[in-house]
Every structure is written in structure tokens, then in C-alpha cells.
Design a protein around this ligand. Structure first.
Ligand SMILES: Nc1ncnc2c1ncn2[C@@H]1O[C@H](COP(=O)(O)OP(=O)(O)OP(=O)(O)O)[C@@H](O)[C@H]1O
Length: 211
């Protein structure tokens, strides 16, 4: 299991503080929700934890089996699915998976064929991503995350564009592939983060705690 400690982390864009002084030990739970109203800063916090965005102050300490990981290399140990991250539209499904798994090891050595079956996309394996529906793209984004053998899975609005069957499928991925991994979910939809035992309410971190 990956260990993540947030030590007084704060983020500001120009004059706007997005969050201030978050100190949390993310080892307290396997899965965490990050909740808050639209524009409150959920995605920004996720991007900071993933190393995509620099913090304004504070630090994040990552370690795996007691070995510390720098924020410059944390990307090797995580996967992220988010509405703002695009898939390569000109690739076929098989090409996307072949490309992704050149860089990430497949979880439990799953074959590409098996992954396609689990995502119920076998009829579409030769289509390019540009020909996918939004729900099919979302299943592919989530499949790429859960089928990657990494200890940290970051999900921003994981059930967006999914119908009821797709939402239940996402929750089955959490059960079947999410065990023993840390999962962070940015969401305002209780159904998609109901399995999270802890919650970071971003609005609680808009002002510094009084001393
Ligand atoms: N690169 C940026 N430069 C300046 N401001 C930004 C940048 N990215 C985000 N913001 C601002 O930070 C605030 C938080 O945005 P963020 O996307 O993190 O919110 P969110 O809680 O994920 O919202 P939503 O629920 O709508 O997805 C917003 O006011 C947004 O305009």
C-alpha cells in the first residue's frame, strides 16, 4: 500500500486561495472522497496530489513499503481518470491499450482481450476512439486505471457519462480491482464514492485554522 501524508498543503491561483493548510494522513483509509461544490477545488487538489500542479506551500510525502518517492516521480505509481484528460482519438481501442500497457504493467497480467471483455467493448475493438460514445470512452478511461498495476488510483467524476449499468460496472471494478490500492475520488455524487471511508470536504480548508 502506498503511504501519503499531506503536510500543511495550500494552493493559490493568482489572488484566489483554492485550499489552505490541509494536513492529513491519507493512510487512515484505503479510499477517500474529495467533495465540495462546483469550482471549490476538488480537481485542483487531485492534480496537486498527482504531481501535475505545484503546491503554493506545504509538502506531500509519498512512500511505498517504507521507500520514499519524490513528487517528480510519483506519476510512475499512479493512474488518473478525469473529464479533462483526453484519450488519443485517432487510435483504435486495441492501439490505446497496447500503447498504455507499454508504459504500465497490467494488473495480475490481464491480457488485452480480457480487458476488452471486462469493459464490454469487444464489438468495438477495431473502432477508433473518435467513433466511441461518451459512455464507451468513460469505460475505457476507467479500465485503463483499474487494469494498471499501480498503488494509487485517482478518479475525477468517475461515473460521468455512465448509465445505470455503467455505474454498477464501475463499482464492480472498485471491488474486483481496487483492493489493496489507494483510491481517491473527486465527486458530488454519493453513489460513486459510497465505498470511501473518509472524506475531504474542500470547503473546510478555505481559511487557515485559528491558533
Ligand atoms: N489553471 C488555473 N488557473 C487559474 N485558476 C484555476 C486554474 N484551474 C482551476 N482554477 C480555479 O480554481 C477553482 C477550483 O477549480 P476546480 O476545477 O479545482 O474545482 P472543482 O471543485 O473540481 O469543480 P467542478 O466540481 O466544477 O469540477 C476555480 O475557481 C477555477 O476557476
Amino acid at each position: 500500500m502506498i503511504s501519503i501524508q499531506l503536510d500543511k498543503i495550500s494552493k493559490r491561483f493568482q489572488f484566489e486561495w483554492i485550499f489552505k493548510d490541509i494536513s492529513l494522513n491519507l493512510d487512515d483509509a484505503k479510499a477517500w472522497a474529495i467533495t465540495g461544490s462546483n469550482g471549490s477545488g476538488k480537481s485542483t487538489l487531485l492534480k496537486c496530489i498527482s504531481g501535475q500542479l505545484p503546491l503554493t506551500s506545504g509538502s506531500i510525502l509519498y512512500s511505498i513499503n517504507g521507500n520514499s518517492i519524490s513528487d517528480a516521480t510519483i506519476y510512475q505509481h499512479l493512474v488518473i481518470s478525469a473529464p479533462y484528460l483526453e484519450l488519443p482519438e485517432e487510435f483504435t481501442l486495441q492501439e490505446v491499450l497496447g500503447f498504455h500497457f507499454k508504459f504500465k504493467k497490467a494488473f495480475k497480467d490481464l491480457s488485452i482481450k480480457k480487458m476488452i471483455d471486462i469493459m464490454y467493448l469487444s464489438e468495438h475493438k477495431n473502432k477508433t476512439v473518435s467513433q466511441f460514445s461518451s459512455g464507451m470512452k468513460q469505460r475505457l478511461k476507467l479500465g485503463l486505471c483499474f487494469f494498471s498495476d499501480v498503488p494509487l488510483i485517482l478518479l475525477d467524476e468517475p461515473s460521468s457519462n455512465l448509465d445505470n449499468k455503467g455505474c454498477n460496472w464501475y463499482l464492480s471494478l472498485v471491488d474486483d480491482f481496487g483492493r489493496d490500492r489507494k483510491i481517491l475520488v473527486c465527486s458530488n455524487e454519493p453513489k460513486e464514492y459510497g465505498f470511501c471511508k473518509q472524506n475531504i470536504v474542500i470547503e473546510h480548508y478555505k481559511t487557515r485554522p485559528k491558533l
